[in-house]
Structure formats: C-alpha cells, structure tokens
Design a protein around this ligand. Sequence first.
Ligand SMILES: NC(=O)c1ccc[n+]([C@@H]2O[C@H](COP(=O)([O-])OP(=O)(O)OC[C@H]3O[C@@H](n4cnc5c(N)ncnc54)[C@H](OP(=O)(O)O)[C@@H]3O)[C@@H](O)[C@H]2O)c1
Length: 281
Amino acid sequence: MERRRFGLTKHELAVVGQGTWYLEDSDRASAIAALRRGLDLGMTHIDTAELYGWGTVERIVGEAIAGRRDEVFLVSKVVPQNASRRGTLSACERSLARLRTDRLDCYLLHWRGEHPLEDTFVAFEQLQREGKILSWGVSNFDVPDLDEAREIAGDGSLVCNQVLYHLKERAIEHAVLPWCARHGLAVVAYSPFGHGRFPGPRTRGGRVLQEIAVAHGATARQVALRFLLRWPLLFTIPKAGRPEHAVENAGAGDLRLTAAELARIDHAFPLGPRRPVLPTL
Ligand SMILES: NC(=O)c1ccc[n+]([C@@H]2O[C@H](COP(=O)([O-])OP(=O)(O)OC[C@H]3O[C@@H](n4cnc5c(N)ncnc54)[C@H](OP(=O)(O)O)[C@@H]3O)[C@@H](O)[C@H]2O)c1
C-alpha cells in the first residue's frame, strides 16, 4: 500500500483509507470485519464522525479497533452546531469515549456553521495541547473559507480539508486542490465512488474503466480510486460495509496507471464547471 506524508504532519499515511458513513446500516459483524480486514491490508486511516448514526458508528469503530489502536490513524468530526468553544471540547470527549480511546489523530470541523471559526479553532488548539487530538483540520471548505481559516490559524495549523471528489464530481480541481497544494494541506477525497452511484459497466465511462482495469488485472473501482490519487497531496476514504469490498479497495493502493490511461479517464469523465463546495448530507 503506497503511503504519503499527510499534509505537513510527520505521518506517512496509506493513500486509501476507510470511510464509515452509514456503516450502522450494514450488518454489524460484517462492518467490523470489513474495518479489521482493511487494517490488515494497511488501510489504517479510519474516518468517522459524531454525526454518523449519532454516535452509533463511532461505537462500531471503537469495537473494530479495540486492541489495535496504535495501528490506526483515527479521524472524527464535530458537527457545526456543536462547534462552539465549549461545545467542541465536550463533543470531542464524547467521541473519545465512544471510540474507546484517549486521542484522535485528527479532528475536523465537519462543515462550516454559525459558530465563529475562531472559537472552534481555539478549542482544537486546547485539545491538541492536552494530547486529546494530535492534529486538526476542516471539511467541506471552499477557497474563501480556507483563506479565512488560514488568516485565523496561520500557516501549518490545519492539516487537511476533506471534500467531495469522485469521477463525476471533480469541481475541487478548479481551485480547492491548488489552494491546498500551495498551503501544504492534505486533501481527503470523500465519497470516491459517488456514494453508491458508481458508473455501471454499460455506461461509456464505465466501459473505459473496465478496459483499463482488465489491462492491469484490476477492477473498475480500483482504477477509479487511482485516478483520484494522481494528485500527490490526495488521500481517499471509500466506505465498505463488507470485507470483500475492503479487500478490493485496498487493491488500489499499489496500482499504477499510465499517463495515456489517465488521459482516457479524464476524457470519459470531464472536469465540469467550478461549483461551490457544499456539505453532502
Ligand atoms: N466530510 C464529509 O462531509 C463527508 C461526506 C460524505 C462522506 N464522508 C466520508 O467519506 C466516506 C466515503 O464516502 P461515502 O460513504 O459517501 O461513499 P463511497 O465510499 O463513495 O461509496 C460507498 C458505497 O460503495 C460501496 N462499495 C464500497 N466498496 C465497494 C466495492 N469494492 N465494490 C462494490 N461496492 C463497494 C459501499 O457498499 P458496502 O457498504 O456494501 O460495502 C457503499 O454502498 C464516508 O463513509 C465518510 O467517512 C465525509
């Protein structure tokens, strides 16, 4: 599994991690087995949030990583309505308890809400001083939000921006990706399979993915993940509720596509217009 430096942190992190949104809808044993199988295969970046099943998913993750905490790069998120200074501190404590851990490797503001960014960031810094979070970042931030965040926190404080990015939604390539590259932030691509709307094998784009996959003894999904990962600052976190899906997703970690293959995919799934970055709910 290829690893990359995660933003300006000291961490080298696997390029493919594991998402957990709606994991509460999967069979619990299967969900836990999927996360553990993913860990076995090096997908150590596990992304969760207090929002997911309102705590249920963090509890599932806590069970899955029990006894393996040190292998994991654990990320959770505070919802905007809790992101006041005191609210962030207590939301983090609740997440830690549900995840059965004493620290998060990274804590994110899930999307921008009504609380001033200053208040959330002061809380993040306090949590970091206390060793309860080892780094922090943001999610669903567009360029004006990133500019404001940087003005408040300074360079090198935020380590990542987690944003929507898949073959049919490439809007971040216009400005968000370049901004993050300029300022040393990791970009974490969420919903990399389009949240369940992956291009089918009978579509034109799906056929392109399939042809390239066959040439590598790979699958269309692995090829899709690799296309996203062509940016050196990028990580991705597909969600799998079944162990066999986790195994397939991990397989993207060492795949390499040629420039001609990347160009074919680029042509089959065109960039599209610049759109505002908005949370997916
Ligand atoms: N920050 C944010 O605002 C935000 C928003 C959305 C998502 N996220 C994060 O990003 C993660 C990933 O995004 P997502 O869950 O929206 O969607 P996704 O990863 O694009 O797609 C998940 C869907 O793909 C299926 N799948 C996964 N691997 C597969 C495989 N190898 N073969 C066939 N099907 C496969 C899953 O099925 P099974 O479950 O049956 O395996 C599930 O239905 C989330 O779980 C969450 O952690 C963050």
